[in-house]
Design a protein around this ligand. Structure first.
Ligand SMILES: NC(=O)c1ccc[n+]([C@@H]2O[C@H](COP(=O)([O-])OP(=O)(O)OC[C@H]3O[C@@H](n4cnc5c(N)ncnc54)[C@H](O)[C@@H]3O)[C@@H](O)[C@H]2O)c1
Ligand SMILES: O=CCCC(=O)O
Length: 485
């Protein structure tokens, strides 16, 4: 793991914490310590914000072509170091190596996309309502961005934000998850090699204990222009509250509760293949992961039977580094407890596990069996909450109206999936599902080109696409008057 770094990165320097404190980063598969990194506090965060503010003064003046060139070089270096980045991701997050390589490719696609998008952040010349006056609209970088990211996609969640904000001409302070800071540090090592000027990207590492103090500075410091957060809805609301004090821009990518709807006309074999992807990608630890399988009564038995067989045949639980493994451990004790208690409560209230339903204790404390639960009822917590683990919950419906009510009956609104061969029904579902993203006859919808994001309590703003850069710009209207001679 030649990209393993155990110091934080501020103003182009690899540094310890002011306090000299460190915290361990462990491998969830075997609990071994991979590295100890600085446990930074508010004073370190302050220093990083100052470096980013200073760098903003010059970075904002670079041409779009210069920014594009540097992003492209960063992309090339990440491509060439895919294996090393993937090894780090697997070591600290637990995901299978093949999925980590997939995450590097996915994360890189944002650097490539934003290297191009940097050159298309254009303004407008409007029809003037007045004779002899000209109206122009220009876009300007919003300033220093606080980037706070989760553990489930520790590389891609950073490139999706940092690629966009750098393209817009902003600088940043990144606070990666305490579970997975090493992928962020490795990415930044490559950014340094790519020639990203000092201060443009800063990374501060801190334990969960220090996260609230660091988060407060990252939201409230007057030099911060925007808080870009991906993580739970609970923490997102705390940060949104703090950002409001300074009327800061926010980009919030929060939790989901995705319905996966299968109508009677659907191609069931395709629906089953896609269900495996939508549920078991990253062992169920994905914000867009299918959370509720809503199956029409006419095809319910066929779907459930096929799902059970596929899970038995295709899910191979084990350490992510072992060839052939498709599902790794859950990331930490808290996640493991959450998933098992959701299943235990449901089973106590009458749900039935057709596969799994318990820990694979022979492998370690965080390996939870890939699980299929039926007979789930609305009074069970698992019916309502984001599971964020390898547990598929199947429910039966009769009508389109009924399934829409169930699917939309949540405060989350990130991703949704629909399987049907009825074209009219596909369009109706696209219109009526209250989610930021709707996939018709597909279980994977993430890419750099489309806008990724949610509505309701799943977030504010979009990442990827042309909208991803615009999040980090302010619009300015200038009126040129007195044009007559
Ligand atoms: N919508 C999306 O694009 C998306 C993507 C990935 C994950 N998620 C969501 O993230 C959640 C899982 O990730 P997680 O457990 O890392 O989320 P989390 O909210 O617990 O933590 C996310 C980040 O916030 C930091 N944090 C925690 N408390 C903080 C505070 N008071 N101030 C500042 N920072 C603080 C953490 O240290 C971490 O870096 C799930 O709900 C998932 O749906 C959403
Ligand atoms: O966990 C949520 C992000 C995953 C994705 O971008 O597809």
């Amino acid at each position: 793991m030649h990209l393993l770094r155990n110091q934080a990165y501020i103003d182009g320097q690899w540094l310890k914490a002011n306090s000299n404190d460190v915290f361990p980063v462990t491998n969830p598969a075997d609990d071994c310590i991979i590295a100890e990194v600085p446990d930074m506090d508010a004073s370190d965060a302050q220093k990083a914000i100052e470096a980013a503010s200073k760098a903003f003064k010059t970075w904002r003046e670079t041409t779009a072509k210069e920014r594009s060139f540097i992003l492209r070089k960063w992309f090339d270096l990440c491509q060439n170091n895919t294996d090393s980045l993937a090894e780090i991701i697997t070591a600290e997050s637990g995901k299978p190596l093949s999925e980590s390589k997939g995450e590097v490719a996915y994360g890189n696609s944002f650097l490539e996309w934003f290297a191009d998008a940097a050159r298309h952040v254009n303004g407008e010349v409007l029809c003037s309502p007045w004779p002899n006056k000209q109206v122009i609209v220009t876009r300007h970088p919003i300033g220093v961005v606080s980037v706070i990211t989760p553990w489930n996609f520790p590389f891609a969640m950073i490139t999706r934000k940092v690629g966009a904000l750098m393209a817009a001409g902003c600088t940043c302070v990144i606070k990666p998850s305490e579970d997975t800071p090493l992928a962020a540090l490795a990415a930044v090592e490559l950014a340094q090699q790519a020639g990203v000027p000092k201060g443009v990207i800063n990374v501060i590492t801190s334990s969960r204990k220090n996260a609230p103090n660091v988060g407060k500075i990252l939201c409230e410091d007057p030099n911060i222009g925007c808080i870009s957060f991906t993580g739970s809805t609970h923490v997102g609301k705390i940060l949104y509250g703090m950002a409001a004090k300074g009327v800061k821009r926010v980009s919030l990518e929060l939790g989901g509760n995705a319905p996966f709807i299968v109508f009677a006309s659907a191609d069931i074999e395709n629906a089953l293949d896609q269900a495996m992807l939508a549920k078991f990608r990253n062992n169920g630890q994905a914000c867009i992961g299918a959370n509720r399988f809503l199956i029409h009564e006419d095809v319910y038995d066929k779907f459930v039977d096929g799902f059970k067989n596929r899970i038995k045949q295709k899910c191979v639980l084990g350490p992510g580094i072992k060839p052939g493994v498709t599902c790794g451990p859950l990331v930490n004790e808290m996640q493991a407890k959450k998933v098992s208690s959701l299943v235990d409560e449901a089973v106590q209230k009458g749900a039935k596990p057709l596969v799994g339903g318990k820990f694979a204790t022979n492998l370690g404390s965080k390996f939870y069996e890939s699980t299929l639960l039926v007979d789930v009822k609305p009074d069970m917590t698992i019916y309502k909450e984001e599971i964020f683990g390898p547990v598929a919950v199947c429910l039966k419906f009769k009508t389109e109206e009924e399934v829409l009510e169930v699917a939309n009956g949540t405060r989350s609104g990130l991703a949704s999936y629909v399987f049907t061969r009825d074209l009219g029904q596909a369009f109706r579902m696209s219109r009526k599902l209250e989610f930021g993203m709707v996939a018709i006859n597909d279980g994977i919808l993430s890419a750099a080109e489309p806008p990724f994001g949610g509505i309701k309590e799943s977030g504010i703003g979009r990442e990827g696409s042309k909208h991803g850069v615009e999040e980090y710009t302010d619009i300015k209207y200038t009126l040129f008057s007195g044009l007559d001679k």
